[in-house]
Design a protein around this ligand. Structure first.
Ligand SMILES: [Zn+2]
Length: 300
């Protein structure tokens, strides 16, 4: 197999230092990639300049090297690619509208799905005096367009769930760009996965629902659809992810405090067992004081 043509990626967001949850994901990605004979590349997803700090960005390759991962490809930084995302937005312009809603405008709506208050607006309604706006995707219009092209319904392949019908409409009119960032996670991840020829996306189950949106964007932008592997998460009592426990401390701090990574990494050595997510073994290999509040939130 040509590893240049088939590959997964590790794509952390530098909104903090890497912690044990990242380590689990990185080792699992590497092990699954190895089992498939694929080479993993690294992409840094730093579009949010209000939360991604330079020191976090700088620490990522270092922390990954500590975990035994180095990228043989040049490392892409999404913050360098706003022009490319701008082109993609331009391609989608028929389906986009500016939304000037504030949090206060939406406070009476209980649903997470945007109620479409600005759906009638066009860019002609935006003047230099307009408040900051977000660009939202008119979901119904986008789906109608694909129906007319004979490209609807859509599906994607998930390793555990098999063929999944895409239901992006459950997310409503999603935001694809904001005034501050001029892109969004959804847009930049879809554009970059295609640009980097990513064939296998291995990521946490917390992003599973987003795949429905990503599949739609791939169709609208005429991009290939990778295969998806969503893994369970190391979580802590009272939180879906790691946020307060020792396990959420920066990896380098845990190592300074004496944590030995070797027995943790060894959990991923047996490629045969990896398919069943070695989270229990991973938690067992941790010192009790770190593992105590943790549990494995399986991908249901
Ligand atoms: Zn609005």
């Amino acid at each position: 197999m040509n590893t240049q043509q088939h590959r997964p990626r590790i794509a952390p967001s530098p909104t903090g230092y890497l912690h044990l949850g990242h380590a689990y994901s990185v080792w699992l990605t590497q092990a699954l990639a190895k089992a498939m004979g694929l080479e993993v590349i690294l992409r840094i997803e730093n579009i949010d300049h209000t939360r991604c700090k330079p020191e976090y960005v700088a620490a990522i390759p270092e922390d990954l090297a500590t975990l035994g991962f180095t990228s043989t490809d040049p490392i892409w930084h999404q913050a360098d690619r706003f022009e490319v995302y701008q082109d993609a937005l331009h391609q989608l312009s028929d389906f986009l509208y500016p939304c000037t809603c504030t949090r206060a405008d939406l406070q009476d709506y209980t649903s997470d799905v945007y109620p479409g208050l600005c759906r009638h607006k066009t860019m002609a309604d935006i003047t230099p005096d307009s408040p900051p706006y977000a660009l939202r995707l008119n979901m119904a219009k986008a789906i109608q367009h694909l129906k007319e092209k004979g490209q609807w319904p859509l599906a994607f392949h998930d390793a555990k769930k098999g063929e999944v019908p895409a239901e992006p409409e459950m997310h409503g009119d999603v935001v694809l760009a904001r005034k501050e960032f001029k892109t969004s996670y959804h847009l930049s991840v879809v554009v970059d996965d295609a640009a980097q020829n990513i064939t296998h996306i291995i990521r946490g189950a917390d992003l599973y629902d987003m795949t429905h949106i990503h599949r739609l964007l791939q169709a609208l932008l005429d991009l290939p659809t990778p295969q998806y592997i969503h893994h369970g998460l190391i979580a802590e009592d009272g939180n879906e992810k790691l946020s307060k426990s020792k396990a959420s401390m920066p990896l380098h701090t845990l190592i300074q405090n004496g944590l030995d990574l070797a027995p943790l990494k060894a959990v991923f050595d047996d490629v045969q067992k990896i398919q069943n997510e070695p989270a229990e073994a991973f938690l067992k290999a941790l010192p009790t004081e770190i593992a105590a509040p943790l549990y494995f939130k399986e991908f249901a």
